[in-house]
Write a new protein. Structure first.
Lengths: 381, 381
């Protein structure tokens, strides 16, 4: 790990960032210049002035998105500031291009105020075909996303929420097959009630999982618990119908699925052992999971996934976000709906022909992932 | 021209815009991913969080600028709206890369309100090393630029003002050599008191031209003329000391230099004939100049320049803006000063070894232009 840290720093220094903005048109002759710059460029301008939609024909809008952050929740590093988030935004943009052929521009906003974030994104929206929100902390991220979805006519997607939820659902679809359980008969415990936890809970419910318990740093969330914020209050009405109280230890007893999007080492072998037979454990805190795979295994887990590339079953958003935007842009969708998200998860799950305990999700470099996800998204756009 | 229009439309359609955002780092293996994305990417993030300046080492900030418009003064098309300006912004960005190896991102702002433009640019500034303002109408552009220069720590440059002024000055430096006149002895008439006209007047004065008369649609600008806006009031005190009144016809009588940044066909052969011997005529309205070269010649002009590529002496901003930002970024300048602008003009002029009436400015594809301009800019940064 120490070597990796040094290598990462020197690689970033060597390349001076990860992105280039390049011309895809020839600009080598006077004729090229007169076609793509003055006077020729006036023609597409005039056409777009007459009919806005033609921007998708004559400009890069239709294949270009903004990757927007305020730097308030960067990786597991927390609120390190917007500029310090830029290496992640550039990495994300590079992955968008590499995996989905989507052109992505990092935008680090110099504000962490909800209204200013919304206003800034609305002001820069015209030149983009979509907005990927990134590393904005909860609960602010919920309002930012909700408002932008309502107020813009291009798709807005907070990847930390929905990318994570979709790839998690894809893995669960296959994990349930491995342990031969039905989606409407299982109890799921989600450790972490931030951006990812909330989105996972919502998407699993939409998909048909009925018994879900969210756990935050103060324990299980239930209706009428004191001091809940608005979004948690709302979720408290939809989850944990039996109002089970207590910490992870109490709620994992008799559960079928454990999903961790919280902190390293919050779960123990004993807690996993208290789950039902055929337990599914997705410990996705990164780089250190909620429980180490060998401890989860010792506790009797049947299927184990993490966020890491050095264990089987890596739950990695890169399996989802490039294809989601590729599909949404190609379909010129104005929104990314729950149907599109579930279709994406199902398409991703299907890429594993025969799911096994060690293979519930395709690897990051599995061929055709973005294409399969994009195709599913377009079908429901 | 009709063929060019059709060709320009179909070329824009074929390429679907002019830009791609590409990764310059390898992302082909698990190791690549762990260096440039999680977990390795956390390291440059942490370094930048400790020391902001390191963004220039570890990210693309140091070679990336935003090309920002509000669509209020696009080419000669006027206020066609921000999205309709996108083909021009993309063209500009493509030229930045092609000629200056500067990575440029088009940002079309969904507002034409001065305060909102300023606010939006400030909010998106962190991920950029510079801001090129583009096609924002006068007089709003003056306040937008002035405020942003003051409030941001990265260079802000309104190309329609200063790019035009610098390339114009470069051409004049050589034209004065051709007609053997001294900069402090000539009278200059500038037709057009918008963004370009104002900036040209200011830069020529800084360079040492003493007798300048600005002309707007209501005639010559002079101190105490009724109904002048703030910027014109200010310029009225610095120009036209003899308070010559009237239209172009009146003020061109006895002038040495005519600079047109206004409307097609506002000048006549007779007006040019009324200028002093060795008249210099830069008729830069595009695509149709203030006077056709053959009429200017018939009127006795000694040196004629236009904005067009099909006549000698094309006064084209592309000779300036890529090098200006290349130099400013390489020097990590926080501002682009008048000294840097004059140095850029002088360096550009010097590229023409032996100026003649038909060669006062290098051609657009002259080798090493951006490098020479950048070098001069860096020297004074």
């Amino acid at each position: 790990m120490k070597n990796l840290k040094k290598a990462a720093l020197s690689a970033h220094k060597k390349y001076k960032g990860k992105l280039n903005v390049v011309s895809k048109v020839p600009l080598k002759t006077v004729k090229d210049m007169s076609l793509f710059y003055t006077p020729g460029v006036a023609e597409p301008c005039k056409e777009i002035a007459k009919k806005k939609e033609l921007a998708y024909e004559y400009t890069s809008k239709g294949h270009t998105i903004a990757v927007v952050t305020d730097g308030s929740a960067v990786l597991g590093l927390g609120n390190i500031g917007t500029l310090a988030g830029l290496p992640v935004m550039e990495g994300k943009a590079a992955l968008f291009k590499e995996f989905g052929n989507v052109d992505a521009v990092p935008i680090c906003l110099d504000t962490q105020d909800t209204e200013e974030i919304i206003e800034a994104v609305k002001l820069i929206a015209p030149s983009f075909g979509g907005i990927n929100l990134e590393d904005i902390s909860a609960p602010r991220c919920f309002e930012v996303e909700e408002r932008l979805i309502k107020e813009l006519d291009i798709p807005v997607f907070h990847d930390d929420q929905h990318g994570t939820a979709i790839v998690c659902l894809a893995g669960l679809i296959n994990a349930l097959k491995v342990v031969k359980k039905k989606k409407d008969k299982v109890r799921t415990v989600i450790s972490g009630a931030g951006a990812a936890g909330m989105a996972i809970a919502k998407l699993l419910m939409k998909y048909g999982l009925k018994d879900i318990i969210l756990v935050d740093s103060r324990g299980s969330i239930y209706d009428k618990r004191q001091g809940l914020n608005d979004i948690k209050k709302k979720m408290a009405k939809l989850t944990n119908r039996k109002k089970i109280k207590g910490g992870l230890k109490e709620v994992l007893d008799g559960a079928d699925i454990f999903i961790g999007v919280s902190q390293p080492n919050v779960a123990t072998k004993e807690m996993i052992a208290s789950m039902n037979d055929g337990a599914i454990v997705f410990a996705m805190s990164n780089p250190d999971p909620e429980i180490r795979p060998k401890d989860a295994k010792a506790g009797g887990a049947a299927v184990i996934a993490t966020g890491r590339s050095d264990y089987p079953n890596q739950i990695n958003n890169v399996l989802v976000f490039p294809g989601i935007f590729k599909g949404a842009l190609e379909a010129r969708a104005s929104k990314i709906t729950d149907k599109m998200k579930i279709a994406a998860a199902e398409a991703l799950a299907k890429l594993v022909k025969t799911p096994t305990a060690n293979k519930v999700i395709p690897g990051v470099f599995h061929k055709g992932v973005a294409e399969a996800v994009a195709k599913a998204v377009k079908k429901f756009a």
